[in-house]
Design a protein around this ligand. Structure first.
Ligand code: KG4
Ligand code: ZN
Length: 342
């Protein structure tokens, strides 16, 4: 079965062709970083206009690289949400048009579930059930995953997502967009114990995340120093901030694994590309006896291979959608995890 995946939820136009859920025949990602960099963040209107220009050539390139035409494609998988509505509409309308003209069935994929299934693009795959941390620009969530199409939510973002905190801290330090890679690059030359930034554990039982207090603490630290005429050590700030984010993400997902009794932990999403996070996750999972699975760097950030893969599982299990299906900007929500799911 050949699936064509399409992703356009934010600032990447991407298309991929996946065969039988295992063989990735092509994966094309066209990043819009050059468009948004001068604004220090994604400008939604510019992003959707750029998607309109790029979607056709990107899909064509994915088909060419896979050495197939649309006549060979058995199913289409397209991101429906969450994301920027104007951007999502470009991908969805494109998929609907292909579906209508070529009579190819299509499924809409939730971007978050695409991220957490991206580990299955790798050789080494986790057994079900597992817990998954998805840390991206828009979300930091913990899921209990029973099978490729059944997800329960255990924890979610209360305010700023982890990636958003990286982006905002980078902006206030005058670093370039996107902030995550810029902060982590500088952090390598900094001392993570130099500044004691707060960790928002919320209540002891909570698996939810809150990073806006941490972002404010960094802003206050910089302002306080500026008022005293001290130019703060930026690598130290980056390393100390990064450590605070990593600490919370790793401790909460390990606690979730302990609560559910699973043996495997998955970590995905753009922030999962962070080297320090990967290192600490491996170390602590080793100590606690959990197996950890993370996608390679190319599949952490937005791509269409993960959407094609999620689509593959949906085609195997569920019915396809009608042409009146719409996009959504915020998560539609997942059922809550309860003890009984164990
Ligand atoms: O998953 P993704 O590509 O897009 C969304 O679904 O949001 O994640 C993008 C986010 C951005 O906030 C970016 O700053 C962050 O992932 N990110 C990183 C790193 N690479 C990307 N954060 C920390 N360290 C990184 N190396
Ligand atoms: Zn994403």
């Amino acid at each position: 079965m050949l699936i064509l995946g399409i992703e356009s939820s934010c600032d990447e136009t991407a298309a991929a062709v996946l065969e039988d859920g295992t063989r990735l025949r092509s994966s094309i990602i066209n990043s819009q970083i050059d468009v948004h960099r001068k604004y220090g963040g994604v400008v939604p209107e510019l992003a959707s206009r750029r998607h309109i220009e790029d979607i056709y050539p990107v899909v064509q390139e994915a088909l060419d690289k896979a050495d197939v035409t649309l006549d060979r494609i058995d199913g289409l998988a397209v991101t429906r949400g969450p994301g920027l509505v104007g951007c999502l509409l470009v991908g969805l309308s494109f998929a609907k048009a292909i579906s209508f003209v070529k009579k190819i069935p299509y499924v809409g994929v939730d971007h978050m579930t695409g991220h957490l299934l991206s580990v299955f693009l790798e050789e080494s795959k986790p057994d079900f059930p597992f817990v998954a941390l998805v840390a991206s620009g828009g979300h930091s969530s913990i899921f209990f995953v029973s099978d490729p199409v059944t997800f329960h939510i255990m924890g979610r973002t209360r305010d700023d997502a982890a990636g958003e905190a990286f982006d905002k801290v980078a902006k206030l330090l005058g670093l370039e967009y996107p902030g995550g890679p810029a902060v982590s690059r500088l952090a390598k030359n900094g001392d993570s114990r130099a500044i004691s930034f707060p960790r928002a554990w919320l209540s002891p039982e909570s698996l939810d995340f809150s990073f806006s207090g941490l972002k404010t603490a960094v802003a206050n630290f910089v302002q306080r120093n500026n008022r005293k005429g001290i130019f703060p050590n930026v690598p130290d700030i980056c390393a100390s901030f990064q450590e605070a984010v990593v600490d919370v993400l790793v401790q909460k997902i390990i606690r979730a694994a302990g609560l559910t009794g699973v043996k495997s932990i998955v970590m995905a999403g753009g922030v999962a590309a962070n080297e320090r996070l990967r290192e600490v996750m491996r170390e602590r999972c080793d100590i606690k006896g959990f197996k950890v699975f993370m996608p390679s760097l190319e599949f952490c950030t937005d791509n269409a291979a993960m959407i094609a893969l999620a689509g593959h599982y949906f085609f195997e299990s569920a019915s396809t959608l009608t042409h009146d299906m719409d996009v959504y900007s915020r998560s539609l929500g997942f059922p809550e995890w309860h003890e009984e799911e164990k």
